[in-house]
Design a protein around this ligand. Structure first.
Ligand code: FSO
Ligand code: SF4
Length: 549
């Protein structure tokens, strides 16, 4: 056990090992401690809910939503507000108390399911329940791998829930898996099986979100997005929550305030439903990690609907607003339950007092290649593959990040053979989506399906190609996987791909610190997971050595 901060959940963890003094992301030890306690009590609540289901009782949506929200709050770069996290701990303890009264008995429940405490005991308890409390390094590694996958899955569930889509089987699994991470009788093999099952539910969760998004806003279609600025005040919206965007667009209509997307909100432009708003002006800036500089220059209010938020500079703190799972102390938070209309009038009023954004760049980028759009182009794509015009697809989805070593992905994209097409989703695309890589017979060489959750589209596209080419194995397709990861949503995307049978995925820029040597070995031996090397060596491996792809 350790009272010290220890977090290793993201790719930028200190020294590639773990953040122990303060987070590279800006998370302070007191916030890290409250996140640890929030995970602990959420696991406890999940144990009780799972036991209740076992007794044939129903567990309401409120519990499901509380669990997913709590997991989301602890994702990298989502919430730096200690008070907001403490409030969630109190809410979770109170929900657990209520569920416990409905259980026929509490025999054999783990300590987390029974623990209750007043706020003044939180810090002490938190110091006992961090991930280092699990001593066996392989069990700890698998528990954390599962937990991080569940955090990603919870984030995607939350967006579907915001559109009033729920899948009880996904929520029940999340809670069962969370309680299993407290079960000391489970072996390494049991936990490996649970890891794969997490991938299965990852597919289900992404499918649910895809259904929610496309039912509400239509199927993404090829779209050219403006990168420049207009001469009106603007609001910048970042993150992944399309429902928040819809409410903001509705409320800003006719006010003279434009709305721009940032980072993972870029793909919102691809949805037909948002094209009707003339004040939906374009995309501003790049991936999350450049936000300090870019938010300064935006000059108007910024709304963070999800991670990735970077603790802001004082110069724009009063223009940074949060909602949903996001929290930054000192920044204003817009409340709103699922199904309620959030009130963005204060942001709009602030925008009206602000000058228009400073121009960062000009031009356009094109995207919108989600499953239905690609299926509509299927004949063209298949012909290009059959004629040899397209030799290979390379899935380069995932996350972007600050590390210099991520320059690899720009160089890799630039040096790709001209008959290779990049399939992407997530903020990783900012490493190459403005490079003008051209097209192959009218098919752009960078096909952007959307946000990281739209990796689901990439999987559907791969499965469609497998069907068209009448292959038995997805790994026989001319598709290579070279994925960049940063935070825990990328973990669920990875587990989902493994569940779908995809092998030989290359993961970079570094392998997760939370994989123990033995667990890493299982992933290498069973799934061919590999890291990245020098660009030229990897290109050689992907294009001229069949064993690598
Ligand atoms: Fe990126 Fe951040 Fe979408 Fe993540 S903005 S890093 S995997 O939150 O969720 O791709
Ligand atoms: Fe460190 Fe990443 Fe954890 Fe932040 S989220 S404390 S950077 S490991």
């Amino acid at each position: 056990m350790s009272g010290k901060m220890f977090c290793w959940q993201c790719q930028e963890t200190a020294g590639g090992k773990g953040c122990t003094v303060s987070g590279v992301c800006g998370k302070k030890p007191d916030v890290a401690a409250m996140q640890d306690l929030l995970i602990y009590v959420t696991k406890g609540l999940s144990c009780v809910a799972t036991r209740l289901r076992g007794e044939g009782a129903e567990v309401g949506k409120d519990t499901n939503h509380l669990v997913t929200m709590n997991l989301f709050v602890t994702i990298t770069n989502a919430n730096f507000d200690r008070e907001a996290i403490e409030e969630k701990i109190r809410d979770t303890l109170s929900a657990k108390r209520e569920l416990l009264t409905r259980l026929s008995n509490t025999d054999g429940l783990p300590e987390a399911a029974l623990w209750d405490g007043k706020p003044e005991t939180f810090a002490e308890k938190a110091s006992e329940v961090g991930l280092l409390a699990t001593e066996n390094e392989d069990i700890r590694s698998l528990r954390e791998l599962i937990l991080y996958g569940l955090k990603g899955l919870a984030a995607y569930s939350k967006h579907a829930n915001a559109l009033l889509y729920d899948d009880e089987s996904v929520d029940a699994f999340i809670q069962k898996a969370l309680s299993d991470t407290l079960n000391d009788t489970l072996t390494v093999d049991d936990l490996i099986a649970l890891t794969l099952e997490t991938g299965k539910y990852g597919v289900a969760g992404m499918a649910l979100l895809d259904k929610a998004n496309t039912s509400a806003y239509g199927n993404p279609e090829i779209t050219t997005v403006n990168l420049g600025v207009r001469n009106n005040p603007g609001i910048l919206i970042s993150g992944h929550d399309l429902r928040d965007l819809e409410m903001l667009l509705e409320q800003t209509a006719g006010t003279g305030v434009d709305v721009y997307t940032h980072s993972e909100m870029l793909p919102a432009h691809y949805y037909p439903a948002f094209k009707k708003y003339p004040h939906f002006a374009g995309n501003y800036g790049n991936a999350w990690w450049k936000q300090k500089e870019e938010f300064e220059k935006f000059r108007g209010p910024i709304l963070m609907t999800t991670n990735c938020v970077v603790p802001p500079a004082d110069t724009y703190r009063d223009r940074l607003w949060t909602t949903g799972a996001v929290g930054v102390s000192g920044c204003r938070h817009i409340p709103g339950e699922y199904g309620e209309t959030k009130d963005f009038s204060a942001l709009i009023a602030q925008a009206k007092q602000c000058p228009p954004p400073e121009e960062l760049e000009q031009g356009t980028i094109t995207g919108g290649f989600a499953h239905e759009q690609v299926f509509a182009l299927a004949d063209k794509v298949v012909d290009a593959v059959k004629s040899g015009a397209i030799r290979k697809f390379v899935v380069m989805g995932g996350c972007d990040g600050r590390m210099k070593s991520r320059g690899y992905y720009t160089e890799f994209a630039e040096k790709l053979p001209k008959d290779a097409v990049i399939l992407t989703a997530g903020c990783a695309k900012y490493k190459y989506n403005k490079l003008n890589l051209g097209d192959i017979n009218g098919i752009p060489r960078v096909l952007d399906a959307g946000q990281c959750n739209d990796s689901y589209s990439l999987a559907l596209i791969a499965l469609k190609l497998k069907e068209v080419f009448q292959l038995d194995d997805i790994n026989d397709l001319p598709i290579a996987f070279n994925i960049a990861w940063y935070e825990q949503k990328a973990v669920i995307v990875l587990l989902a791909l493994l569940y779908l049978g995809v092998k030989n995925i290359h993961l970079g820029p570094t392998l997760p610190a939370f994989l123990s040597p033995n667990v890493a070995d299982v992933l290498v031996k069973n799934f061919g997971i590999a890291g990245i090397g020098a660009v030229d060596d990897d290109l050689n491996l992907f294009f001229w050595n069949a064993s690598a792809s």
